[in-house]
Design a protein around this ligand. Structure first.
Ligand SMILES: NC(=O)C1=CN([C@@H]2O[C@H](COP(=O)(O)OP(=O)(O)OC[C@H]3O[C@@H](n4cnc5c(N)ncnc54)[C@H](O)[C@@H]3O)[C@@H](O)[C@H]2O)C=CC1
Ligand SMILES: O=C(CO)COP(=O)(O)O
Length: 391
């Protein structure tokens, strides 16, 4: 497996794509006056790019909606059908895939949001990625390894020349090594992999409320393609080279959001929460720069994937909500997740555990006191009131 390094992604994988290189795509085009830039070539004989989305929770469905709306406007460059992998479930006696394809709503995970008709729910993973050239990974992070294993089981499942992006928030820790899901996907599936993250509460995005996101891309070609797939008037995409910074911003802010929820549960005020956000942003940034040396400080201070995502999650996210409930009731996160999230998954608790295990293995826990406090309150019975003592 790949580990933290200055290289955002594998040179071997990128060498395969050099012939497709075009000018750097690391600028957001001025969409008000200029036409969309031409896309790099598709590896398919049809010449079209084809988007597949793996994951159909609230965020998977919201991203699939945006992608389907965008590709429908560029049918000379994209196959108009976007397939979305739905882990089959019965909803009121009917299969979820059938409900989505008939009603054009994901009643289970994103109710009341109308989905475009060219977004098709598909229960078999192999059918979703068949002929896909642009693959979006957006399952809860607990399930990524299973998805990768399933994709690897049948050689040839992934189209040669396909590219990936991950919108999953979390990190991969093995002993003293830490890596991003983008590098995990790249190394396991031999696809270059970008990372999409930002201040993006799924329902608000799906309702078309204006927001921004950041996509960290290993090359300008990836940046151009993913910008075309996702940029919209209410979902402004900025592309940067810092895949690791974008990935770590999304993962680590979930630990800080647990702390913010604990502050709310303790009924402390806005000053305390602001202090937690400041300390949290500082630990997120320093952790990333220490263990991913090529990452950029500006990703945290200037990008949606940094400060903006931290703010929205600490005020409106599920991690915040569940942590508040944990402090108020004393119940475990497992119990609260089941009770409050209706089948959705918390990401911050697993990330707090993984980061703590990594820092312990590196003998560096004490350098990140807020991360340590969150872990100890969540998993070791430390009283929540200890959160702000001695920070
Ligand atoms: N919901 C949000 O507002 C945002 C979520 N994200 C990130 O996107 C990722 C996915 O989150 P959501 O779409 O919210 O998912 P979710 O939390 O709504 O989880 C439901 C999804 O998990 C799947 N699932 C449940 N058990 C499974 C299993 N055993 N194997 C495979 N899949 C299983 C379900 O089929 C469903 O697609 C997470 O890493 C999250 O942090 C990022 C930005 C916003
Ligand atoms: O990542 C998110 C918003 O950008 C969603 O955060 P939660 O998982 O805490 O809801």
């Amino acid at each position: 497996m790949s580990t933290a390094s200055t290289a955002p992604s594998s040179p071997i994988v990128h060498a395969m794509f050099d012939d497709l290189a075009i000018d750097s795509g690391f600028t957001t085009p001025d969409r008000s006056s200029s036409p969309s830039p031409a896309l790099p070539a598709s590896p398919l004989a049809s010449g079209l790019h084809k988007v597949a989305v793996i994951g159909s929770g609230s965020w998977g469905t919201a991203l699939a909606k945006i992608a389907a709306e965008n590709v429908a406007k560029r049918t000379s460059e994209f196959d108009p059908e976007v397939r979305m992998w739905v882990r089959e479930k019965q909803v009121n006696g009917k299969k979820l895939t059938e409900v989505i394809n008939k009603t054009h709503m994901n009643s289970r995970y994103l109710p009341d949001v109308e989905l475009p008709e060219n977004l098709v729910a598909v229960p078999k993973l192999a059918d979703v990625v068949k002929d896909a050239t642009l693959i979006v990974f957006v399952t809860p992070h607990q399930f990524l390894h299973t998805v990768i294993s399933d994709l690897k089981r049948v050689p040839g499942t992934i189209t040669p020349g396909a590219r990936a992006v991950t919108a999953i928030k979390g990190v991969e820790v093995v002993g003293t090594e830490i890596s991003t899901f983008a590098s995990l996907i790249e190394s396991q599936l031999s696809t270059p992999c970008s990372a999409l993250s930002g201040a993006n509460i799924a329902l608000e995005v799906a309702l078309g409320q204006f927001c921004e996101t950041t996509i960290g891309c290993p090359s300008g070609v990836d940046a151009t393609l993913w910008h075309a797939v996702f940029d919209a008037h209410s979902f402004r995409v900025s592309t940067v080279e810092d895949v690791n910074g974008v990935s770590l911003g999304g993962a680590l802010k979930n630990i800080v959001a647990l702390a913010a929820g604990m502050v709310d549960g303790l009924r402390l005020g806005g000053n305390t929460k602001a202090a937690i956000l400041r300390i949290g942003l500082s630990e997120m940034t320093e952790f990333t720069l220490e263990f991913f040396p090529g990452a950029q400080r500006q990703t945290f201070s200037n990008e949606s994937a940094g400060i903006a995502d931290l703010i929205t999650t600490c005020y409106g996210g599920r991690n915040r909500k569940c942590a508040e409930e944990m402090v108020k009731t004393g119940h475990s996160f497992d119990v609260i997740e089941k009770r409050l999230l209706n089948g959705q998954k918390l990401q911050g608790t697993a990330t707090a555990q993984e980061v703590n295990a990594f820092l312990s293995a590196r003998d560096a826990v004490s350098k990140y006191p807020l991360f340590e406090k969150v872990y100890r309150i969540a998993f070791e019975g430390m009283p929540p009131a200890e959160l702000v003592k001695g920070l």
